[in-house]
Design a protein around this ligand. Structure first.
Ligand code: NAD
Length: 264
């Protein structure tokens, strides 16, 4: 596993396991399989309604809590409600600290929401705090109004939407960029793309592995999702090879710099 160091000084595994759209009843099993496959970084959210399953799998694991990096995300619900929701997430996840808490979207009172995150950060409940689905102006607005910097910006990012300008902005501000939907959920025929297949053949890897290697080699954190253990293992097995500059540039050439999900 490779790690990046956040602006809070904490280390974050560059590859994690995302649990979006995994029903609560299947989540404990899926996260247990992911832990067996080697993942120690799990990405969940209040919206996914499966934090309890994540908490169960991690608390029953044979590894100590400190070995794990848990991210969860909150609705933008304002100061008072966010404070309650942070305590609820700690309870659901069966932990006394969360590694990374993100604001899930920019809606309503995101200043009040961020203020509650900042306080929980000072109290030690949240080790790092950050943003998801924020554009450059909205990130700048947080930087202008708060003392604690966001550590992470988690946005849609995959080979067809590489977020080149936003990633550069993030880098300049010392905010780690994280990709959600690293496979674009398979849209745009990602897994059968000819360019990616050619590169996969050259490296004797799968298209999924080439994509994840590309994203992480760009210095971006990736959190692929799968409910199948073989795919979890396949997606984890990307640290024993390196793409050369030709392959990196060729994949950069696939960028259409537009959302596959219709997000603004
Ligand atoms: P993804 O791009 O990770 O695609 C997942 C799908 O790809 C799987 O359901 C499966 O069909 C396929 N797949 C996975 N591994 C494969 C393999 N090796 N070979 C072939 N097919 C494979 O999509 P995602 O789940 O939407 O995104 C990943 C994670 O990002 C989520 O689980 C969630 O944690 C996070 N996320 C965050 C936001 C946000 O708003 N912050 C939004 C979407 C997703």
């Amino acid at each position: 596993m490779e790690y990046i160091t956040l602006n809070t000084g904490y280390k974050m595994p560059i590859l994690g396991f995302g649990v979006y759209q995994i029903p609560q009843r299947d989540t404990e099993r899926a996260v247990r399989d992911a832990i067996d496959a080697g993942y120690r970084h799990i990405d969940t959210a209040q919206l996914y309604r499966n934090e309890v399953g994540v908490g169960k799998a991690i608390s029953k694991a044979e590894f100590p809590r400190e070995d794990f990096f848990i991210t969860t995300k909150l609705f933008t619900s304002g100061y008072q409600s966010t404070k309650k929701q942070i305590d609820q997430a700690l309870k659901y996840l069966q932990t006394d600290y969360i590694d990374l808490m993100l604001i899930h979207w920019v809606i309503r009172d995101y200043h009040g929401t961020y203020q509650a995150l900042e306080e929980a950060f000072h109290e030690g409940k949240l080790r790092s705090i950050g943003l998801s689905n924020f554009n450059q102006n909205q990130v700048q607005d947080i930087l202008d109004h708060f003392e604690v910097k966001p550590s992470v910006l988690q946005n849609e990012m995959h080979v067809f939407y590489q977020r080149t300008p936003l990633r550069q902005f993030s880098k300049d501000k010392n905010i780690q960029f994280e990709s959600w939907a690293p496979f674009g959920e398979g849209m745009n025929n990602t897994f059968t793309n000819d360019v990616l297949r050619t590169i996969a053949k050259k490296y004797d890897k799968t298209v999924a592995q080439i994509i994840l290697r590309f994203i992480t080699q760009e210095g971006v954190v990736a959190i692929p999702k799968s409910v199948k253990k073989e795919r979890m293992m396949e997606n984890f097995d990307i640290f024993n090879f390196k793409l050369d500059e030709w392959a990196m540039d060729t994949i950069r050439g696939l960028n259409e710099e537009r959302s596959l999900f219709g997000w603004p």
